[in-house]
Design a protein around this ligand. Structure first.
Ligand code: HEM
Length: 403
C-alpha cells in the first residue's frame, strides 16, 4: 500500500493531487477517523454516490449545513425535492437568465473591471473573482447596493463554516450568528417583496408556484443563504482557476483569446482539472458495495470530486490541463451536461450551472477585452489553497493599462 498524507494535514493541502493518485490506486475506500467518514476517490464510485440517490442520501446536510443555512433544497429528497427544484430552477435558465440576469452579470463585471483597467497590475482573485459572483447574486435578488458589504461578510462566514473540517468552535459560533443575522435581514425584505413584486430573483421565488405548492418565507431565506455559498464561492474559484490555468499554458491562453468560442471548453476543462468543490458528502441508506469494499448503512461518505476528475480510468493524461482534450463533453447552453463531476450529477446536480457558465463567459470575455496582453506578474507563482473547496490564493497579472 502506498503512503499518502491525511486529508487534514498541511502536506495534503499543499498537494492533494498526488495523494488522490495514491488513494485511487491503492486505497479506493478509506475509513477516516477525524471526519468519521468513509472516503471514496475513484470516478466510478463518486459518480455512483451522486447518481444513486436511493443508496446515498443527503441526510448528512442536516448537521453539515443546516446550522448555518436552515433547511435548504439540498436536504430534500424524493417528490419534495422535485417540487422545490421545479420552483427554483426556471430562474436560472432560459428567458429569465437571458433577459433579466445577463444584463446584471454584464453590469457587475464591468463595474469591477473599470476600477482597475487603468492601473496595469491587478490581483484577479482579490479585485475580481471574490467579488463578482456575490455582487451578482445580491443584485439578482434585488438587494440594496448599500447592503452588499454585509452580504460579503455573511458570505465569508458561511464559507468558513462549510470548510471547517476540523470543527473549530469559533467558526461554528460565527456561522450560527450569521444564520440569525441573515434571517433578521432577509425575512422582512421577503415579506415586503411579496407585497410589491418586481423583476428580480426574490420576486420570482416569492411568486413561484408548482402543483399548488409555494415556498414559505423561511424556505426562501434558506435558499438565499445557500446561494451565497453555492453560487458565490464556487464561481469565484472557477474564475480564478480558469485564468490560473490559462496563464500557465500560454498557447492555450492565446487560442482562447483569439477564438472566444473556446471559453466554454476552457471552463469545462478547468472544472475537471481544478474543481472549486473538491469534496461532497453523502450518507448511506443501506450497505453499499464500492471499489475496495462495503460501506455500512448510516455512514457518512466523503466523495473526492478532485480525485475522481483525474481518474486515469476515465480521462487520458488526467494530470494535464488541455482544453482540446476529446474525452470531455463541454457544457452546452441547452443541457449544462458535462462529464466531469464538478457540478455533481443526479437529482442535486447544480441548479446554477448555466448561470455559472454565463458568469464565467461574460467575465472571461470582458477581462480579455480589457487586458488582452495580461500575463502573470514577474516572479509570481500561483498557489492553490483550501481542501474542501480549493482555488488560487492570488492571480497577480500585469497588462498595458487602458488609455
Ligand atoms: C448544487 C457546484 C455554481 C446553486 C451544487 C452541487 C455542486 C455544485 C457540486 C451539488 C451538491 C450536492 O450534490 O451535494 C457548483 C460549482 C459552481 C456552482 C462548481 C460554479 C462553477 C452555482 C451557482 C448557483 C448554484 C452560480 C446559483 C446561483 C446551486 C444550488 C444547488 C447546487 C441551489 C443545490 C441543488 C439541489 O439540491 O437540487 N453546485 N455550483 N451553484 N448549486 Fe452549484
Amino acid at each position: 500500500t502506498q503512503q499518502f498524507p491525511d486529508i487534514l494535514s498541511p502536506e495534503f493541502a499543499a498537494d492533494p493531487y498526488s495523494a488522490y493518485r495514491a488513494m485511487r490506486e491503492s486505497a479506493p475506500l478509506i475509513w477516516h477517523e477525524a471526519t468519521r467518514s468513509y472516503i471514496v476517490s475513484r470516478y466510478e464510485d463518486v459518480e455512483r454516490a451522486f447518481k444513486d440517490g436511493t443508496s446515498f442520501t443527503t441526510d448528512n446536510y442536516e448537521w453539515q449545513i443546516e446550522p448555518v443555512h436552515g433547511k435548504t433544497i439540498l436536504q430534500l429528497s424524493g417528490r419534495e425535492h422535485a417540487v422545490r427544484r421545479a420552483l427554483v430552477a426556471p430562474a436560472f435558465r432560459g428567458s429569465d437568465l437571458q433577459n433579466k440576469f445577463l444584463p446584471v452579470i454584464e453590469r457587475n463585471s464591468r463595474e469591477l473591471i473599470d476600477a482597475f483597467r487603468h492601473t496595469g497590475r491587478v490581483d484577479l482573485v482579490d479585485a475580481y473573482a471574490t467579488r463578482f459572483p456575490v455582487n451578482v447574486i445580491a443584485d439578482m435578488l434585488g438587494l440594496d447596493k448599500a447592503d452588499h458589504p454585509r452580504f460579503h461578510r455573511w458570505y465569508t462566514s458561511v464559507i468558513a463554516f462549510l470548510g471547517n473540517l476540523s470543527g473549530d468552535p469559533e467558526v461554528i459560533a460565527d456561522g450560527e450568528r450569521t444564520r440569525v443575522e441573515f434571517a433578521e435581514y432577509m425575512i422582512p425584505i421577503i415579506r415586503q417583496r411579496r407585497e410589491n413584486l418586481g423583476d428580480d430573483l426574490l420576486s420570482t421565488l416569492c411568486a413561484a408556484e408548482v402543483d399548488g405548492v409555494r415556498m414559505s418565507d423561511e424556505d426562501i431565506k434558506a435558499f438565499c443563504s445557500l446561494l451565497l455559498a453555492a453560487g458565490g464561492e464556487t464561481t469565484d474559484k472557477a474564475i480564478a482557476a480558469i485564468f490560473a490555468n490559462l496563464l500557465a499554458h500560454p498557447e492555450q491562453f492565446a487560442a482562447v483569446r483569439e477564438d472566444r468560442s473556446l471559453v466554454d471548453r476552457a471552463f469545462a476543462e478547468t472544472l475537471r482539472y481544478t474543481p472549486p468543490v473538491h469534496m461532497i458528502m453523502r450518507q448511506t441508506a443501506q450497505d453499499v458495495e464500492v471499489s475496495g469494499g462495503t460501506i455500512p448503512a448510516g455512514a457518512t461518505v466523503t466523495c473526492l470530486i478532485g480525485a475522481a476528475n483525474r481518474d486515469p480510468g476515465h480521462y487520458k493524461e488526467p494530470d494535464s490541463f488541455d482544453i482540446f482534450r476529446d474525452d470531455l463533453t463541454a457544457t452546452t447552453a441547452f443541457s449544462a451536461a458535462a462529464d466531469h463531476l464538478a457540478f455533481a450529477l443526479g437529482r442535486h446536480f447544480c441548479v446554477g450551472a448555466l448561470l455559472a457558465k454565463a458568469e464565467v463567459e461574460i467575465g472571461v470575455n470582458q477581462l480579455l477585452d480589457a487586458m488582452p496582453d495580461m500575463r502573470l506578474a514577474e516572479g509570481a507563482e500561483v498557489v492553490e489553497q483550501g481542501v474542501f473547496t480549493r482555488g488560487p490564493k492570488e492571480v497577480p497579472v500585469v497588462f498595458t493599462p487602458a488609455a
